[in-house]
Design a protein around this ligand. Structure first.
Ligand code: LCS
Length: 396
């Protein structure tokens, strides 16, 4: 078989990270073991010294985990990747590995709530300072840079405002100052956007979302672009211990096979839902990267190949109307998280972005009436019929 590197993206999804295993299985076996037997005392010592290739202990390295890590590095166009217990484990491990006391981070205001909270309440305890900016406005990012800025951290599109930051411009600003650009690529996945192509230094994901795609795993990943960075991250991850386990790795690797197909269907459905909402009399505004009304529409066209499945919208009736819709949907599920095959609906201000606090939400433009939709792969007519009936329950 051709090496996965030589294949097109949709073929890579199916074949990346797969090698030859004992008995010839076509998918990687689940090596559900915490530890590995040494051939001899000498062999064990050689493994620990790094003089022999092999496995020691699952927190350090495991073949099932390694197979999934190789697949994602391949899909993102990175050098190697590190499987983590959750998206937050990936993000916090990257912060600990890359920062030290006295360093400064420029972070987007519109990021997943706990990412902002980790910088503000955890990293700050260790002397790391952060400035939060609207990273879709380049001037704000430039103005926030300091001589001790070590990381520019963005999500694009960002959770939950779906705001789009220019990856190339962010890389240029960061690099000019000797800082790294760290990108959370959760909302797009490598099927639609590959931040390394635009100058990112580190890519992180909540694999809980599109990479796994089936709402049955919590996991994260850090993708790096060179061996030096890999060794630095691996050392910290092994020591802090927030690693993914073999079974979850197996599930994510299985989910990757349909990533390209799923992202196409998510996008196809989301465009129709966004247009339906934009034309609905009870909807005030809609944020979706595929709508020309999105302020980042043109920037998005430069860096993602399709617009993805995430939509935020505000109802004319504000929070009360949003609550009625969330309590009236029948097909769409009222739940946080995103990126699974089922359509989910949630309210960022009282749910995913509660931990940020009202002031930070207001400053990031996260209104109290904002509703977020993760559009699934169901039949589009069923999704729209459900939203239509739910919207009709709002009193005029
Ligand atoms: N990054 C992004 C962009 C996210 O949306 C999330 C979780 C994380 C990182 C953290 O990943 P986790 O640790 O949960 O695997 N986002 C969620 C959301 O919007 N609703 O529930 C979780």
């Amino acid at each position: 078989m051709a090496h996965a590197k030589d294949l097109r993206f949709d073929s890579k999804c199916v074949h990346s990270g797969i090698s030859d295993y004992e008995f010839g299985p076509v998918v990687p076996p689940i090596y559900q073991t915490s530890t590995f037997k040494f051939e001899s005392a000498e062999h064990g010592a050689a493994l620990f010294k790094g003089e022999a290739e092999g496995y020691i202990y699952t927190r350090m390295k495991n073949p099932t985990v390694e197979a999934m890590e190789n697949a994602i590095a391949e899909l993102e166009g990175g050098h190697k990747s590190l499987g983590c217990a959750s998206g937050m484990a990936a993000i916090s491990t990257a912060f600990v590995a890359l920062l030290q006391s006295g360093d400064h981070v420029v972070c987007s205001k519109s990021v997943y709530g706990p990412t902002l909270t980790v910088l503000e309440t955890v990293m700050s305890k260790f002397g790391v300072e952060a400035t939060f900016v609207n990273s879709d406005i380049e001037e704000e990012v430039k103005a926030a840079m300091k001589p001790n800025t070590k990381i520019v951290y963005i999500e694009t599109p960002a959770n939950p405002m779906i705001s789009i930051s220019d990856l190339e411009a962010m890389a240029e600003i960061a690099h000019k100052q000797g800082a790294l650009l760290v990108v959370d690529n959760t909302f797009m996945s490598p099927a639609l956007q590959q931040p390394f192509k635009f100058g990112a230094d580190v890519v992180v994901h909540s694999m809980t979302k599109y990479l796994n795609g089936h709402a049955d795993v919590v996991a994260g990943i850090i993708v790096v672009k060179d061996e030096e960075m890999y060794l630095k991250m691996r050392k910290v991850l092994n020591q802090l211990g927030g690693v993914i386990d073999p079974f979850n790795s197996f599930l994510v690797h299985r989910g990757l096979k349909t990533l390209d197909v799923r992202m196409k269907k998510h996008t196809e459905n989301a465009i129709e839902v966004a247009e339906f909402l934009e034309n609905h009399p009870k909807v005030k505004w809609v944020r979706y990267p595929g709508l020309k009304s999105h302020p980042g529409y043109e920037t998005g066209l430069k860096q993602h190949t399709a617009h993805g499945g995430m939509i935020s919208f505000e109802l004319k009736g504000g929070f009360d109307a949003g609550k009625i819709v969330m309590d009236s949907v029948k097909l769409c599920i009222l739940a946080v998280s995103l990126g699974g095959v089922e359509t989910l609906i949630q309210h960022p201000a009282s749910m995913t972005h509660l931990s940020m606090g009202a002031a930070a939400r207001a400053s990031a433009g996260i209104t109290e009436g904002l509703v977020r939709l993760s559009v699934g792969i169901e039949n589009i007519k069923d999704i729209i019929a459900d939203l239509d009936q739910a919207l009709s329950t709002i009193p005029s």
